[in-house]
Design a protein around this ligand. Sequence first.
Ligand SMILES: Nc1nc2c(ncn2[C@@H]2O[C@H](COP(=O)(O)OP(=O)(O)OP(=O)(O)O)[C@@H](O)[C@H]2O)c(=O)[nH]1
Length: 115
Amino acid sequence: MAKQYDVLLRLLLLGDSGVGKTCLLCRFTDNECHSSHISTIGVDFKMKTLKIDGIKVRVQIWDTAGQERYQTITKQYYRRAQGFILVYDITSSRSFQHIVKWASDVDEPSTSFPQ
Ligand SMILES: Nc1nc2c(ncn2[C@@H]2O[C@H](COP(=O)(O)OP(=O)(O)OP(=O)(O)O)[C@@H](O)[C@H]2O)c(=O)[nH]1
């Protein structure tokens, strides 16, 4: 059986609740977006395989809940991620200001990669 991918890339979406993380992911993987806001519970993921310079890259994107009450669960996924996509709503300055907080969460020694 042919190899389905050469490289696996794990990315994590972070940002306040309702900024559009799930929509962004659905648009990327399935080219669709739902108009209703159904809050993500904990984490969810979707995958898409891309061919970049002849290399099959499987992008596994984890969609996290922006709500504070799920932070304990979502932080457990930070360590396994190779990259983070920080999302804010362009119509909400508050969600943009919170990006600093999301970025510092990623840098916390308890959640980042061991050196
Ligand atoms: N106008 C507009 N609305 C958007 C856009 N992206 C998302 N939305 C709407 O914003 C709302 C929230 O989107 P979600 O993708 O569910 O937000 P989320 O960041 O995943 O939220 P949590 O799961 O609670 O963390 C939905 O009603 C979407 O339809 C956009 O680019 N433009």
